[in-house]
Design a protein. Structure first.
Length: 289
């Protein structure tokens, strides 16, 4: 009977093996070669690709920029949705329904359309943002060509596109909190920030943990299309990140070995960080609500 039950997991094992294990093994194999994706000949270089990546000053800059993308994504796709979800619960039923629709609307809009929309919004001359800044006598920068503003401008597109999904997840988590807990806190005199810190936040932590980890893992992926459409990683690589650098090495520079090695480094960094964050947050997570 036990052996028969294993048949149910065979489809999952096959899918994971074909689409996860085999490509990962293939990627690790290619990372040990110097190959241009076209020639049938490959030159074995061992750990040479990894040594070149870790010794390249541009790698450190790309790593820092990737961390900035993740930090902005956590602020826009976790902290902001949590704030909006908390405020939504205080609104009336009709207003709450309208808020949910408006906030989730960007999620169903193609990211390419969103990128074009933000291209118009960020126009340095005549764009809506530049007009608002002009009211305060502030000159609008060239958002996508200024090294200081390109990364935040591109990141804002990804945040706008995807924060509605986390908003609904966190809103559902807040609604799942038993009203008796909140009523008891109100009777005990806990209100405002104290009630949020001591009652709401611990009970919503499992949901918050999910959005936190998934945001970390998807932050660079979500920024890919905005980068490709708006800056192509420029100016001078100021808006690039690890995920986009892998694409550039593989399909623009035709350095498959270097791209595969960078992908392995990317997986090790973000996979390890996600595991560490999960364990750290899990210690203070209350699952029995």
């Amino acid at each position: 009977m036990k052996s028969f039950s294993l048949l149910y997991v065979i489809p999952a094992i096959v899918v994971i093996g074909l689409f996860l294990v085999v490509p990962l093994a293939r990627d690790i194999e290619i990372s040990f070669f110097d190959w241009n994706l076209i020639s049938p000949d490959r030159k074995y270089v061992g750990l040479g690709n990894y040594v070149a990546i870790l010794g390249d000053p541009a790698f450190l800059a790309t790593l820092v920029q990737s961390a900035l993308y993740v930090a902005l994504a956590l602020a826009g796709n976790v902290a902001l949705p949590l704030l909006l979800a908390t405020l939504t619960l205080r609104a009336g039923r009709r207003e709450a329904d309208a808020y949910q629709t408006l906030i989730f609307l960007p999620t169903v809009i193609p990211v390419s359309v969103g990128a074009l929309l933000f291209l118009w919004l960020y126009l340095p001359y005549g764009g809506p943002f530049s007009r608002v800044l002009a009211l305060f006598h502030i000159a609008s920068p060239n958002w996508f060509t200024d090294p200081h503003w390109a990364l935040p401008a591109v990141s804002s597109v990804a945040i706008w596109k995807f924060f509605g999904f986390n908003y609904l997840i966190l809103l559902a988590g807040l609604k799942a909190i038993p009203s008796s807990y909140l009523e008891a806190a109100e009777i005990d005199g806990a209100a405002g920030w104290l009630r949020f810190q001591r009652i709401i936040l611990p009970l919503v932590m499992p949901t918050l943990l999910f959005t936190f980890v998934t945001t970390i893992l998807q932050a660079l992926d979500h920024a890919f299309v905005p980068i490709q459409m708006l800056t192509v990683g420029g100016p001078s690589g100021a808006s690039s990140n690890l995920f986009y650098a892998i694409y550039q090495d593989a399909f623009q520079n035709f350095q498959a070995g270097s791209a595969s090695a960078l992908a392995v480094v990317y997986l090790a960094l973000f996979g390890g960080f996600a595991i560490w964050q999960f364990r750290m947050l899990e210690r203070n997570t209350l699952y029995d609500a």
